[in-house]
Design a protein. Structure first.
Length: 339
């Protein structure tokens, strides 16, 4: 059995898209989460990018989804820690978790190449690209410490409101939130680091190219390294591991029109900006249901993970994305034993 979620970038485009404005993108993101919950989907997850025509700050969207749903997990993949103030972030996330009745699953990380150069400098952080790598990890660890509820702030001798004596913590406190933080890892070493610090593992459709093996095999090794490091660290809760896949079932003519040709059906190796080492990008799974069941059943990383996120083409609108999720939930997931 696996948890199944969708992952949306929340794109909008004035041209060549069914989603043309930010308002429409956010509204349809809420609508898709509502419909996904009806289908039995376990999670609604959203990418976070700044300076782009897509979802930015995720907390208002997560709160809006929480108000319209009752069961589905609400996640991010990932909040870019290069931009974040850990204190403000901790307040925002804990508030969202309280509103959602503890359904937040927060993915954090260093982030991916952005739309502008050194965008975090506009947030007030004067670091170079090289320096910000370490800063992102430091901020993540500070954020983790803050959400654990340890009092640290000296109280005012004449506070505005009555309060108990002693140091103060950030409020509202959400005691289960520390178990729902995920690190977006791109390498085995980063996966081990995440395990050592008690964060769940989130692995996308790309990882560092660390061998000449297929993408899914390299990613499976990353997940196994994480699990071994977690066991050695001895944390007091069971970890979760997540992988993302692009799965496009072909069951009608519209599916063929959109995805039968021109899609990436093989792994590819390339370079991301500012990365000295190559990256391997996992293929898209495109085909009829029987073919997809066979191919996905041979995916080593999916076997290792307890959660799988399905990337959805948000610019094609709610109805089409519900169609994709419905085929996966009704025809593919049961055949693979995911449900």
């Amino acid at each position: 059995m696996k948890k199944i979620g969708f992952l949306s970038f929340g794109f909008w485009q004035p041209n060549n898209s069914l989603v043309t404005t930010a308002q429409q993108s956010y509204q349809e993101s809420v609508e898709l989460a509502v419909e996904a919950e009806k289908l039995g989907v376990d999670g609604a997850w959203f990418r976070v990018h700044h300076f782009a025509d897509q979802i930015g700050t995720p907390y208002p969207l997560m709160a809006a989804i929480a108000a319209k749903t009752s069961r589905i997990e609400i996640g991010t993949g990932v909040v870019d820690m290069r931009y974040e103030n850990p204190y403000m972030m901790a307040e925002n996330v804990m508030s969202t978790d309280v509103l959602s009745q503890n359904r937040v699953q927060l993915g954090v990380g260093r982030g991916s190449p952005e739309q502008v150069e050194d965008g975090w400098k506009y947030w007030g952080y004067d670091y170079s690209e090289e320096e910000i790598k370490d800063v992102a990890r430091e901020r993540a660890l500070k954020f983790l410490d803050l959400i654990k509820g340890r009092p640290f702030a000296k109280p005012n001798a004449q506070p505005m409101f009555p309060q108990a004596p002693g140091l103060r913590r950030l409020e509202p406190f959400s005691p289960t939130l520390p178990q729902h933080i995920w690190w977006g890892a791109g390498s085995q070493a980063t996966a081990v680091w995440a395990a050592q610090h008690g964060m769940n593992l989130q692995s996308s459709t790309l990882v560092n190219y660390e061998s000449n093996e297929p993408f899914h095999v390299q990613q499976a090794k990353q997940l196994r390294a994480f699990k071994a490091a977690w066991a050695e660290a001895g944390h007091d809760f069971a970890p979760r591991t997540l992988v993302t896949r692009s799965i496009m079932p072909i069951v009608n003519d519209l599916d063929r029109q959109y995805f039968a040709e021109g899609t990436q059906t093989q792994d590819e190796v390339g370079y991301l900006a500012y990365h000295q080492n190559p990256t391997i990008f996992g293929k898209m799974y495109v085909g009829e249901v029987d073919q997809l069941v066979k191919e996905l059943g041979e995916d080593e990383a999916i076997k290792e993970a307890d959660t799988i996120l399905i990337t959805v083409p948000s610019t094609l609108g709610v109805a089409y994305n519900v169609h994709i999720l419905q085929v996966i939930m009704q025809d593919i997931a049961p055949a693979l034993g995911w449900k």
